[in-house]
Design a binder for this molecule. Structure first.
Ligand code: ADP
Ligand code: MG
Length: 320
């Protein structure tokens, strides 16, 4: 048996309202810098909260004129809108007007007036977006429309970081964008090359694992209601909003984790599965090859899709 590598190099950056952590198994400071610069640039392009971002420009020009973006960003927005068309009743990246109205997780959060919610719901139709694939322009054709890529952007970044590092010859690693984890290659710290990934315990503070998944490289994305929410008049309102009703989705789920190779897809499916709930969510995930899910209900029950019972992927319950 080959000797196992015994060193890992963990770099952390405070960015995007979270802590981003990059784990490599060789000392490559120049590559770490490159990842940092890339993520910083992308924040400037896609942030929903920065007035200077390209995304803010697209939103300011809603109902006025198209805005040009770089080719990669154009392709990403195109995919985000395609996913919105496919899963419109649950996943919608035109949710911006509603997010701004509720302000959940940003201070000043309120339960908005019904009329304001109704107005926002009129501004979320993907048919009202014009994409020009030759000019790479994005045009939100109605005033008040707003793109919000918050549900999917970290998955896109995780995939790009993985691609860039692989292209630079880095054969394995972990990029963790605040709970959105992408792994690639064989884990040099285990004899079988598999990764041991802890799934957040929704009842504990960040970093406490509910269970551990042992698996070949893939991405892990969790959507949950315990990270950003507020209480008003005995009710809890969290940050995953229903694009049909305009209110936070209500069901008995605390958290959904999606596992699949592509982190951007995992992001879409985590939001969609959250809406569908454990039963319909599981049915959806079972139909998709190479995708697994872990559902955690508010009574503590944990449900897994069938792929997690296979030979190569195992789930280990932690002793609490
Ligand atoms: P987080 O990693 O912050 O928990 P998620 O990936 O679960 O985020 O996405 C939540 C964010 O996505 C919200 O803060 C909001 O910006 C946006 N969002 C909320 N509801 C939806 C929805 N139904 N479809 C698409 N985006 C949404
Ligand atoms: Mg998400």
């Amino acid at each position: 048996m080959a000797a196992l590598a015994h060193k890992k190099y963990v770099s952390q950056f405070a960015m995007m309202g979270t802590v981003i952590s990059l784990t490599l198994f060789d000392n490559k400071p120049a590559l770490v810098e490159r990842v940092y610069d890339y993520l910083q640039t992308m924040t400037n392009v896609l942030s929903a909260n920065d007035e200077q971002s390209t995304l803010a420009k697209i939103n300011r020009q809603a109902g006025v004129r198209p805005v040009a973006v770089d080719a990669e960003t154009f392709a990403f927005i195109q995919r985000a809108l395609a996913a919105t068309r496919q899963y419109q009743d649950s996943f919608n990246v035109l949710i911006g007007p509603l997010v701004k109205l509720w302000k959940i997780g940003f201070g000043g959060q309120t339960v908005p007036a019904k009329s304001a919610i109704a107005t926002s719901l009129q501004r979320m139709n993907p048919d009202d977006v014009v994409l020009d694939a030759t000019q790479h322009t994005v045009f939100l054709t109605k005033r008040g429309m707003q793109l919000d890529l918050g549900a999917i952007a970290k998955g896109y970044f995780a995939d790009r970081v993985k691609d860039q590092l692989q292209a630079a010859g880095v054969t394995s690693g972990i990029i963790d964008l605040g709970g959105n984890v992408q792994t690639w290659g064989a884990n040099p710290l285990t004899a079988d090359g598999r990764w041991h990934i802890g799934i957040q315990d929704p009842d504990e503070s960040r970093g406490e694992a509910l269970l551990t998944v042992v698996t070949p490289a893939q991405s892990f994305v969790t959507s949950g209601v315990r990270e950003r929410y507020f209480r008003r008049n005995g009710r809890t309102y969290h940050h995953i909003l229903d694009p049909q009703t305009g209110y936070p989705v209500r069901n008995d789920l605390l958290q959904v984790t999606i596992m699949t190779e592509n982190s951007e897809l995992a992001e879409v499916l985590s939001t969609v599965s959250f809406f569908k709930g454990p039963q319909a969510g599981q049915t959806l995930i079972e139909q998709l090859p190479g995708v697994d899910a872990i559902f955690v209900r508010d009574n503590g029950a944990v449900e897994l899709t069938s792929g997690l019972a296979s030979q190569t992927k195992g789930v280990y319950q932690n002793v609490r």
